[in-house]
Ligand binder design. Sequence first.
Ligand code: ADP
Length: 242
Amino acid sequence: MGKKTNIQLMVDGRRIDGRLPEQLREIEMKIGEIENADGSARVRFGNTEALVAVYGPRSLFPKFLQESDMAILRVVYSMAPFSVDERKNPAPDRRSIEISKVTKDALSGAVFLEEFPRTVIDVYEYIIQADGSTRVTAINAASLALASAGIPMKDLVAACSVGKIGDVLIVDLCGKEDNYSESDMAVAMMPSKGLITLLQMDGRLTKEEVLQLLKKAEENCKKIYEMQKKALLEKFKVVGED
Ligand code: ADP
């Protein structure tokens, strides 16, 4: 399905927020702000901000939900009522149910679930400010929150959005670009394994454009991955070690 394109998103090579086509927004990553959680992270891409808390692995009840040979991962994605201009109804809607499901799939392959049979790992994702690309921002935070909970992982999951305005390819879409650009793609990866764990597309693209956007997504996921590793190293640096 095509998207609405009735606003000017690019002027003299600059985007609506002044960025160049391949420029990420300012990114901030904080780990461990929720004391009660086993792991937590807050990630901000410009005006999009996700706060994620991880609980577990912990025993799962009722017992019939348990998997005898692995942990189950539960993900809840939710936009806070104050995250957008008009109050968002906090009740789960179709969009948040879908995002919770694809996020679970994007993260599951990165966690050694088989090490914790009969348990559950709960991932609560809250969008506290929404300005485009919320699902990928939340995936970046969830991956950090899982790692900070000490849960063994095969790799971190790094995610970003890419898209197209006119014939210009762009990265890290803000809200207006998300809503009015020709197309957008959300991509999550396990960078050191070269695996894609989430790929969603909206709008129209040629096959060549899809491949070009995937390449841009991979380059930017790698940049985000480096920031994630740096944030974890800073948080868990042993005192006295450089
Ligand atoms: P994503 O946030 O992962 O890109 P969508 O493409 O569904 O997911 O949403 C695009 C953007 O639209 C969001 O980032 C947010 O800025 C805005 N948006 C989504 N849902 C709402 C809502 N209920 N009210 C206001 N804005 C919303």
